[in-house]
Write a protein that binds this ligand. Structure first.
Ligand code: GLY
Ligand code: MN
Length: 357
């Protein structure tokens, strides 16, 4: 699997005129090498693949990394990189510009004396946008675990519960059913707090006749799910139902029409135009969705700014919302895979307005 990824990366290196590439960022390093530890470097030329790490990971790297020459570095990893490149007469090293601090850059420049540094952007991230069958299988399981978590928590939420306790129960459920952790800090935002798009759980006590917005996901076998559902605790008012139904219509419209070949901007507009039609355009201030995978936010984006063309194999969220300060907010989010003919939806929790308590 990683051999296949290395081949694709070499093609991208070739297209970009790169002789040698250093991958230092943790997600990209794991994606290319299979290594899940916290310290290591992938170094590629067109002929050679090295995995460099330190003594602590000697055994783990041997177990996880295949098809690479292994190098154990000492106190200064870049000295080993310099030796490997110098032995082969390589004078230029590409590095991941989004993942290297200025401090590292200065230090590398000094240790790599004689080898120039070439910043490059998103080579591995572009490969990661396209999920293979094994990744899609894991992501379907991660989504299914999120669905089971939603079913579990809706059986428990009552007025008088603290948001943090709801989030804790969800975390315990996910972890006791195979998740390593949640994909991100669980959002449990009740009442007026539901108008906060990213209102992570607080000490607020859930009241009655109010929204509770739940946005969460499971990190499962290295991949994230990300789902949002909004429920009402107590009785729903006309305003609750009005907002909820608009967001639902926008989300369903987007799911019905998203297809490969569309840009991220066009996909975003599918949901945005429905919300704007009802006069709530100003209350939907974030993108309609984002790529999902090893990280909860990846490329491509479904946003007004995105020219990326959606292609089969990409996994994205579809998550329109309306947020009204002082009243509350609604978001409905599913995870989808772009297929040859359209989409397949990974999350399947119910979307009719659920009334609890
Ligand atoms: N579910 C959190 C987010 O998409 O930002
Ligand atoms: Mn999301």
């Amino acid at each position: 699997m990683t051999i296949d990824r290395v081949q694709k990366l070499r093609k991208a290196m070739n297209d970009a005129g790169i002789e040698a590439l250093l991958i230092s960022s943790p997600y990209n390093r794991t994606y290319i090498s299979g290594f899940t530890g916290s310290a290591g470097l992938v170094l590629l030329t067109h002929e050679k693949s090295w995995f460099l790490t330190d003594f602590r990971y000697r055994v783990q790297a041997a177990q996880q990394v295949h098809g690479f020459d292994m190098v154990e570095y000492g106190a200064e990893p870049m000295e080993s990189v310099r030796e490997l490149l110098t032995e082969r007469g390589v004078g230029k090293l590409a590095f991941e510009q989004e993942h290297v601090t200025y401090g590292q850059y200065l230090s590398w420049t000094s240790v790599l004396a004689g080898i120039s540094l070439q910043p490059v952007s998103s080579l591995v991230e572009e490969l990661r946008m396209y999920k293979d069958e094994s990744e899609l299988t894991i992501m379907a399981e991660a989504a299914e675990l999120a669905d089971r978590t939603f079913a579990h928590i809706t059986g428990l939420i009552r007025p008088g519960m603290k948001e943090l306790d709801i989030a804790l129960e969800m975390e315990v459920f996910m972890r006791s059913h195979g998740a390593t952790s949640s994909s991100f800090d669980t959002i449990v935002a009740s009442g007026e707090r539901s108008a906060l798009p990213h209102g992570v759980a607080s000490s607020r006590i859930v009241g009655t006749n109010e929204f509770v917005k739940l946005d969460f996901g499971a990190l499962y076998n290295g991949y994230c799910s990300d789902i949002t559902r909004t429920v009402v605790v107590g009785k729903s008012t006309d305003k609750h139902r009005e907002i909820y139904n608009i967001v639902l219509e926008a989300q369903l419209h987007a799911l019905e029409h998203i297809k490969p070949g569309m840009t991220g901007r066009e996909a975003d507009a599918l949901a945005r135009d429905v919300i704007a039609k009802y006069g709530y355009g100003d209350s939907f201030g974030h993108g309609t969705g984002h790529g999902l995978g090893m990280e909860v936010h990846e490329s491509p984006r479904l946003s007004k700014m995105s020219d990326t063309v959606l292609q089969p194999g990409m996994v994205v969220t579809v998550e329109p919302g309306i947020y009204i300060p002082g009243f509350g907010g609604v978001r409905i989010e599913d995870d989808i895979v772009l297929t040859d003919s359209g989409i397949s939806v990974l999350t399947s929790s119910p979307k009719d307005l659920i009334i609890l308590g």
